[in-house]
Design a protein around this ligand. Structure first.
Ligand code: F3S
Length: 640
């Protein structure tokens, strides 16, 4: 049978389920990556699974998120992660070596392999022909132990690229065009596979920009074929032996097809506060710009920063603009230092930041109040920059650099002849900040910021659960478990972190949940949208939340709730949401039987003599996880 590229990689890794049958499939994971903000928990979980060394072909632990060391907490986390990597057989990329996705592309990614990362932008690896997906840290810990990764059998969408990008139009504009057409919900349950004659005109780093921001479509992942461009990139990284050719069969079948003529695209920008709020840059030209930030896992490759340097060379940034640049990796930074481009950037007035996530995760460089910030990043949600009333626009490095010079939104096509940045024949390869796995006897270093991993209790069949909070629609994981420079360093310290759950919405939540002991959260539509952070499930579990009853759930958050033993239920009749009050209690009887026997069952509203029909829509495996008290217990019990 003719196969598309996705089917080829999935069928080569399929362990359980059936492709095309529409159910759940389980696949073998070849490589994993973790970053420090999610990695501390992933390694505590791996330790709890009890497997002495990782069973993947390759696992890498990166330090790139929490590199601002204003207290001992991040340093504690780094020492813990370094010792875990050594002991469990994992490569360790030290702080300063770069952003996980950029470094993984440069040094480890291999066409045709599967990659699971505890970061939602892991699909960046699709640029080199990997099937690369983001997941919660617990799923990554299980994969490191050799366990399957389960996902809903995806629909495959062909994005047929034709033509060639016009001068000053770049890969960022391709993915912004896809977002403009499909919206931030347009990719749910889908894998986007790029094909067509236009593919060969894009280099691997350009492809990686496109697959990176496929995450903003809500897609499972995105993937490009492995072709001559892939071979050239790997050869320049000194890794030609890692190359294999890989593409869809001619006449392969897809669930949907979208056509994009690259030649017809123009410079685009995503306006505040959503990545799909996309318009032409030419329509924004009189908007004053206060800050420009170039970097992040989306746009900080050698090509991206050389383009910015070529635009800025011999000129000076407008005095009203703060220009900050965070190179994606030490490889990129040292190459710019050696070829003089770094001097051009510094002479223009750019401020050079560490090779790390930095401002993308709100670690420094918050814009001034009410400012307009142009960023080459991937997300522009309200407040993510650290400044509540700043307006963040997502743009290409070309638009960012051109606008830094004028102080206004500037269409780079007004700059004159374009700049061509050829792929270097050889990248500067120096892996001295990547520490190979050490001895299984390495002692794990646990500073005071490394606290024990909370384990979920088993679900008891009969429960009387008071409502701890009743919420409206579209609650994000950021609403549940906020991030930011103050809270991020506590990701390995659940007791301290638990003080901040829902702190943006309800300052009394944490104390009330503790006082109630066990409780239920009631919510509206799309509960848990946004980033994949598993702490938004783990910490409520720690505070005694046993069930979330919502009108609907965001997919990854629902998976995380199940992983931590919290039962996700939906209303069969959404109007029943109105029956529940802030001080209601809900009574569950014979829960084990109810879950196993039927998709729907009734629960009682205490004191009202009323019942509410609920639905669980869980697979048999997921019911097993809930009854075991979460994926960790389930995995240990099953000996997986
Ligand atoms: Fe880091 Fe931002 Fe990417 S936080 S991994 S640069 S989305």
């Amino acid at each position: 049978m003719k196969q598309n590229l996705t089917q080829k990689i999935l069928s080569a890794h399929l362990i359980s389920g059936e492709l095309g049958a529409g159910g759940e499939i389980g696949i073998k994971i070849d490589q994993t990556l973790t970053q420090d903000a999610t990695g501390t928990m992933a390694y505590l979980q791996f330790e709890a699974v009890g497997i002495p060394r990782v069973k993947t072909e390759l696992s890498v632990s990166y330090i790139d998120h929490n590199t601002l060391q204003t207290g001992f907490e991040n340093a504690d986390d780094h020492a813990f992660l370094q010792s875990c990597a050594s002991r469990f057989g994992v490569y360790f990329s030290r702080p300063g070596n770069g952003i996980c996705h950029q470094v993984h592309l440069e040094r480890f990614g291999k066409p045709g392999k599967t990659l699971l990362g505890s970061d939602s932008h892991t699909p960046t690896g699709g640029g080199i022909g990997m099937l690369a997906m983001g997941a919660g840290g617990l799923d990554v810990a299980v994969a490191m132990g050799g366990g399957e990764f389960y996902l809903p059998d995806p629909k495959v969408v062909k994005i047929n690229l034709t033509g060639k990008l016009a001068p000053w139009v770049s890969a960022k504009d391709v993915i912004l065009e896809v977002l403009r057409r499909l919206s931030v919900k347009g990719g749910v349950g889908k894998i986007f596979e790029y094909a067509g004659s236009g593919v060969s005109t894009l280099s691997v780093p350009e492809r990686a920009t496109i697959t990176n921001m496929g995450a903003e479509l809500g897609a499972t992942t995105s993937v490009f074929p492995s072709d001559e461009q892939t071979r050239i990139f790997l050869k320049a990284q000194g890794r030609e032996n890692d190359w294999i050719p890989l593409e869809a069969d001619a006449d392969a079948v897809y669930d949907e097809e979208i056509c994009i003529d690259l030649s017809a695209l123009e410079p685009l920008a995503a306006q505040p506060h959503m990545p799909d709020n996309v318009v032409a840059v030419s329509s924004l030209k009189n908007i004053k710009v206060n800050q420009v930030a170039i970097g992040s896992c989306t746009n900080s490759s050698y090509r991206d920063l050389m383009t910015a340097a070529a635009i800025l060379k011999g000129k000076v940034v407008d005095p009203s603009v703060s220009l900050v640049i965070a190179p994606g990796s030490r490889q990129v930074l040292t190459m710019l230092a050696n070829n003089g481009a770094l001097t051009a950037l510094l002479d223009s007035g750019a401020r050079i930041l560490e090779s790390a996530c930095g401002p993308c995760i709100g670690m420094g460089q918050s814009p001034s109040s009410g400012a307009v910030s142009l960023r080459t990043f991937n997300r522009n949600f309200e407040g993510r920059s650290g400044t509540a009333d700043a307006g963040v626009y997502l743009v290409s490095p070309e638009v960012a650099a051109a606008s830094a010079l004028t102080g206004y939104f500037t269409d780079p096509r007004t700059l004159g002849p374009t700049v061509e940045i050829p792929m270097p024949e050889n990248f500067r390869v120096d892996d001295s900040l990547i520490i190979p796995p050490g001895s299984p006897d390495t002692a794990i270093v646990r500073g005071p910021n490394i606290k024990a991993l909370p384990i979920a209790p088993k679900l008891t069949p009969d429960l009387e659960l008071p409502v701890v909070i009743k919420l409206n629609d579209n609650i994000t994981t950021d609403d549940i478990m906020p991030a930011g420079a103050k809270i991020l360093p506590l990701r390995s310290n659940i007791p301290a972190l638990s003080e901040y759950v829902y702190s943006k919405i309800d300052a009394g939540f944490s104390a009330r949940a503790r006082q109630l002991g066990q409780s239920i959260i009631v919510a509206g539509q799309n509960y848990g949208q946004g980033s994949s952070r598993e702490h938004a499930a783990l910490v409520p579990m720690y505070l005694g939340v046993r069930v979330v009853l919502a009108k609907s759930f965001a997919r990854i958050h629902k998976a995380n709730l199940i992983n931590f033993g919290i039962l996700p239920l939906t209303f069969v009749n959404e109007s029943d949401y109105d029956l529940i009050k802030d001080d209601s209690k809900l009574i569950f009887t014979n829960l084990t039987e109810a879950l196993s026997n039927s998709v729907e069952f009734d629960i009682l509203l205490s004191g009202r003599n009323a019942s509410i029909r609920v639905s669980h829509n869980l697979t048999e495996r997921q019911i097993g996880i809930i009854l075991a008290g979460g994926l960790l217990n389930y995995t240990k019990e099953a000996g997986k």
